[in-house]
Design a protein around this ligand. Structure first.
Ligand code: FAD
Length: 529
């Protein structure tokens, strides 16, 4: 039962911050502040941080965001309060000191653990007759009945005014609470020396330089592992942890698009193409999260059940380790994995390729590789990650099967070998023309099996075998009926749209990602063996 306010307790609203680590355009914070005295709270949940998909590099990024957020909230009137523990116990403890009138937060489409935690919090609030108001976080909708009209709803939501920073009244007698290090949290050390830094200033700087300086060749460079580092926006960790809102990003992008349009003749077609591609991807962010929101089992189960049992559930640890460490003997794959370990980021095509290599060539069930990639991506966003992992592993039943040829990808995306040379220095004596397939070089025996391994699989044979096994499964009697139902539930109707109000008649959907990428890169055969 809800405790009645006592004369000694001050009534407050809690703004429970999770993956929305900002004061600007934070509807949960604004709503709380409009209801009365507000306590802005971040809760460190040890159990969450011990989950298999979480890592020290995530925490390091979040901790930077929390320090920054504390400063921003301080300027708004009440610094961030940090507590560590199980959420309902933290709320209980706060209720000893204050009369909690309501809890405000954004809706979270997290992993299964946060979903279960949210159910527990909801039950606790019900028991105490305490309102918990969850507010839509971006274009993803809770309890969505149908995908019809989804893209239009996204446009409307993003066009709504950006919320100003609220003015908060300071609360007295409150310990601010420590922001621990990842070691304090008991997380495995994970230096990630070239990781992106957290905090809002970094997010705004990324957005500004992308739209005005770095982004001109986004469309042609995005799949290149070196060029993509600067030509891509690099906003992903900021969108994932909420230092900037999707609405802010969308509106600033549309503004820049209008500016470019007005300056026709003075600006290049590259810029216009770049921002058309980019604004489409902002839809994809929410389109993918919607899938996990609608079907949380996607984190654990094949979306299309016909694939159950196709790959062994028992992990081939030697193959998994070689892939994780970048020691498969396939230089381009190894360079991608090593660069990811060191930087926390990979471009889309490289993420798709390393996932496909694990799933097809190494024939590993997607769950363990998916967990590893989740831990390595600073921008880990469960709602994008798990649907993408399944899509690139070919277990959704509704997407094209894309078995990348790792050698051809190397030649296409890293033609001068600079990326491989940077991350696989063991190949320094191999001539550039053999860098993607060092086993063909005349001096191969001096390097392979010594400094650098022979390939752990025959990549052509492995791809052929995977293809045969998949098509054998797909020929099953009920495959198409189930696939149609999946398409109906999760498939995009209209998305990947251009600038708001400028939607083309025929649009590319994320389901056609392979087609789009091949067109953009004029690289039709890239995914073929
Ligand atoms: C196996 C796999 C796992 C992935 N896991 C994640 C993840 O955990 N977190 C994450 O943010 N992205 C993930 N992506 C999508 C994509 O690779 C990253 O969003 C992108 O590389 C991030 O770099 P950027 O911000 O420079 O992207 P940009 O190309 O500049 O795009 C801007 C934003 O649009 C969104 N976006 C771009 N591409 C996609 C896409 N294909 N699907 C959904 N949203 C997209 C992201 O929010 C991104 O930050 C994954 C892709 C694959 C293939």
């Amino acid at each position: 039962m809800r405790q009645h306010p006592t004369p000694y307790k001050v009534a407050i609203n809690i703004a429970w911050l999770k993956r929305d680590l900002r004061v600007d355009d934070n509807r949960a914070l604004v709503a709380a502040s409009q209801s009365g005295l507000t306590l802005p709270l971040y809760i460190i949940e040890d159990e969450l941080w011990q989950q298999a998909d979480m890592s020290a590099r995530h925490w390091a990024f979040v901790a930077e965001c929390l320090h920054d957020l504390r400063d921003q909230l301080h300027k708004a009137g009440q610094p961030l309060i940090v507590r560590r523990g199980e959420v309902t116990q933290v709320f209980e403890a706060i209720s000893q000191q204050f009369d909690i009138e309501a809890i405000w937060s954004h809706e979270e489409t997290g992993n299964q653990w946060t979903f279960e935690r949210d159910k527990k919090v909801a039950a606790w609030c019900r028991l105490r007759s305490l309102p918990w108001n969850e507010i839509q976080q971006h274009g993803t909708q809770r309890r969505l009945k149908s995908r019809n009209g989804w893209a239009k709803a996204w446009d409307h939501y993003m066009a709504e005014p950006v919320m100003p920073v609220p003015t908060l009244t300071p609360l007295s007698d409150l310990e601010l609470g420590e922001i621990p290090t990842s070691r304090d949290l008991g997380l495995r050390d994970d230096a990630c020396l070239q990781r992106q830094s957290g905090g809002r200033e970094n997010a705004l700087e990324r957005l500004h330089t992308f739209l005005n300086e770095r982004g001109e060749y986004y469309r042609t460079q995005m799949s290149n592992p070196l060029g993509g580092e600067t030509a891509c926006s690099r906003l992903s960790p900021h969108l994932a942890w909420g230092t900037v809102s999707m609405r802010e990003v969308a509106q600033i992008t549309w503004g820049r698009q209008r500016e470019l349009k007005a300056a026709q003749g003075l600006t290049t077609k590259n810029w216009r193409n770049a921002l058309t591609s980019f604004s489409g991807r902002l839809h994809w962010h929410c389109h993918f999260i919607q899938k996990l929101e609608d079907e949380p089992r996607l984190e654990f189960e094949n979306l299309h059940p016909t694939y159950n049992g196709m790959r062994p559930l028992e992990t081939d640890v030697a193959r998994l380790n070689a892939w994780q460490k970048g020691e498969t003997g396939l230089p381009f794959v190894d360079a991608c994995m090593r660069s990811l370990n060191e930087t926390g980021w990979l471009n889309f095509r490289m993420r798709a390729m390393v996932t496909a290599i694990a799933s097809y060539h190494l024939w590993l069930d997607w769950r363990k590789p998916g967990e590893h990639l989740a831990r390595q991506f600073t921008d880990y966003e469960p709602g994008i990650h798990w649907p993408q992992i399944q899509m690139q592993s070919g277990t959704t039943g509704i997407n094209a099967i894309r078995i990348y040829n790792p050698v051809k990808q190397g030649y296409d995306q890293d033609p001068d070998g600079a990326f491989v040379r940077r991350w696989v220095p063991e190949l320094r004596d191999i001539d550039s023309c053999y860098l993607q397939e060092p086993w063909s070089a005349s001096n191969a025996s001096k390097v392979l099996g010594k400094d650098y391994p022979f390939p752990i699989i025959d990549y052509l044979e492995a791809a052929k075998s995977a293809r045969q096994k998949i098509w054998a499964v797909r020929k099953g009697a009920n495959f198409n009926t189930t696939a149609k139902a999946i398409q109906n539930k999760h498939g995009s109707r209209k998305s990947g749209v251009a600038m708001r109000g400028k939607r083309k008649k025929k649009e590319n959907s994320p389901e056609q990602l392979d087609l789009l990428f091949d067109t953009e890169n004029n690289n039709e055969n890239a995914k073929k063996i």
